[in-house]
Design a protein around this ligand. Structure first.
Ligand code: 13P
Length: 298
């Protein structure tokens, strides 16, 4: 059992790592840990999480009322979002909120991280859906995340950031790292124009390995064969992961991602999909042909 002093030090260290890794800017982000049934130790509002000291932290009850803290320190403005995670999930003892740029980019684009791509992510986090947009610091935010925290340890907040839940402070922080790392890898694969997915059968196999690694899943994975089902407002009752069935195969080429350079612009549905660069080149070429045909100089 960690002491109060150790937990304060851990929050300071995690804030420093969030800031150093560029997961937060200015006063972004907040960190909390449940220290008793009715007590939460958390970061104060409006400080850079990269430069905190242990005595800056505040203690609140489970209604968010300040119990103790240095004079002038108030709890994070996102305290209600943290409290809803603790209320819905007794197994969750720590919460980290940050704005990591790649994961937040997916949240801004409305693209959930719900494809079965990396074995480690399927095993540790499952799917990472997007909670509907809510104005920060208002009751809207806990209301938006409530359905998702019941069954997910990591989620994106539409046009805002990301949230990670854990059994302890570093467990929650490492999940935030995994969310951002997964977003980075997903972006690179999509820019390269191809994304091979783990098959549904491989996802089942990975789920079976969770026990071996001592990972308890908050909910069973519901393998889905339709991409995008965890878009904001989508099914939040289970961990929906897009993984096509392919008995005998572990990897399946995904044809539904945006096509990159060198890939065929014609989707499986016959729809032509072009990148901005491809479209510009086509328009330039058309203009050139017309002007040349008319004998005009550009
Ligand atoms: P606090 O400084 O109040 O914790 O707020 C930071 C933040 O990220 C709000 O979303």
């Amino acid at each position: 059992m960690s002491t109060d002093a150790q937990l304060r030090d851990d929050i300071v260290e995690i804030g420093r790592r969030l800031w150093l890794r560029g997961f937060v800017a200015s006063n972004d982000g907040n960190i909390s840990v449940r220290i008793a049934d009715d007590r939460v130790l958390m970061t104060p509002t409006a400080v850079s999480k990269g430069f905190m000291a242990p005595d800056m932290m505040v203690i609140t009850d489970m209604d968010g009322t300040l119990v103790s803290g240095a004079p002038g320190r108030k709890p994070s403005s996102e305290i209600k979002m943290h409290l809803v995670a603790y209320r819905e999930r007794p197994d969750v003892r720590a919460v980290v909120h940050a704005h990591p740029p790649l994961a937040t980019g997916f949240a801004v684009a409305g693209i959930p991280l719900d494809r079965a791509v990396l074995a480690e992510v399927v095993t540790t986090l499952g799917s990472i859906p997007i909670a509907e947009y809510a104005t920060p610091s208002t009751q809207e935010l806990p209301d938006a995340v409530r359905p998702y925290v019941k069954v997910h340890d990591g989620l994106l907040l539409a046009n805002h950031g990301a949230l990670a839940l854990g059994a302890d402070l570093f467990g929650a922080y490492y999940k935030m790292e995994t969310i951002e790392h997964f977003a980075r890898i997903s972006l690179v694969a999509r820019q390269l124009g191809r994304e091979n997915l783990l098959s549904r059968e491989e996802v089942d196999r990975l789920q079976g390995l969770r026990g071996r690694y001592g990972i308890s899943s908050p909910a069973p994975i519901c393998v889905d064969e339709t991409p995008g089902t965890t878009a904001p407002g989508g099914d939040a009752s289970c961990q929906v992961i897009y993984a096509p069935s392919a008995p005998g195969d572990r990897l399946v080429p995904d044809t539904s991602v945006a096509q990159g350079a060198g890939a065929s612009p014609v989707g499986t549905d016959g729809e032509i999909r072009l990148t901005y660069a491809q479209l510009t080149a086509l328009v330039d070429d058309a203009v050139k042909q017309v002007t040349e045909g008319l004998g005009l100089k550009r």
